[in-house]
Design a protein around this ligand. Structure first.
Ligand SMILES: [Cu+2]
Length: 198
């Protein structure tokens, strides 16, 4: 039912007030959001590390900066996930023959994985995958920096495996965390994404 003409100006002004009020609320919400307590930003993943390469030489995060790089944690005795992931990364890298991309494979099992063993292990994969080990303290520090979960899990034969998180960290040229790199797609798609960072 149409409103009587005398009420129309009042109706309009109420609408204007309502819109103005909504704008004020949105602005206030924006300010509250902007000053809210910050959850740890993704940039808190990663950071400086100090490890050892096959020659026993100290390698730090600074050695990988200047180009985007991947970081993956695992161990050479891993029955399936680590070799599968490294093979997948190799498949992606194969599609980037001219890109100086690197992947750093850091052991979560420094007791068994010497730097020599790591180097020998990664030699079955793309040469741009670098295997690094370190002292238990160095490994604990880099695990903490990357928020890695890793724990010994005894096996039936009296030996042990390592339960570990399996995230592939994509770091930018400055060494800052970009995202968890997704391998749940074709190697072409994954390679296209990496290409876009060069
Ligand atoms: Cu593994």
């Amino acid at each position: 039912m149409p409103s009587p003409p005398s009420e129309k100006p009042l109706g309009l002004s109420r609408k204007t007030f309502a819109i103005f009020g909504a704008c004020v609320l949105i602005a206030a919400a924006g300010i509250i959001w902007a000053v809210r307590p910050q959850a740890p930003p993704p940039s808190l993943i990663g950071g400086p590390f100090r490890l050892e390469n096959a020659e026993g030489k100290t390698v730090t995060d600074a050695d990988f900066r200047g180009k985007p790089f991947l970081v993956y944690f695992g161990y050479t005795h891993c029955p399936d996930i680590c070799p599968t992931t490294l093979a997948q990364i190799s498949d992606v890298f194969k599609r980037l023959p001219d890109k100086p991309i690197k992947a750093v494979f850091i052991t979560v099992d420094p007791e068994r994985d010497t730097s020599e063993l790591m180097a020998d292990y990664v030699s079955s994969f793309d040469p741009r995958i670098v295997g690094l080990s370190g002292t238990p303290e160095e490994i604990a520090a880099v695990e903490k920096a990357y928020r890695v979960y890793a724990r010994k899990a005894p096996t039936k034969d009296g030996d042990y495996g390592m339960d570990h998180s399996s995230v592939i960290y994509l770091m930018d040229a400055k060494g800052a965390f970009v995202e968890a790199f997704n391998l749940e797609r074709t190697p072409d798609e994954a390679a296209a994404e990496l290409k876009s960072y060069f």
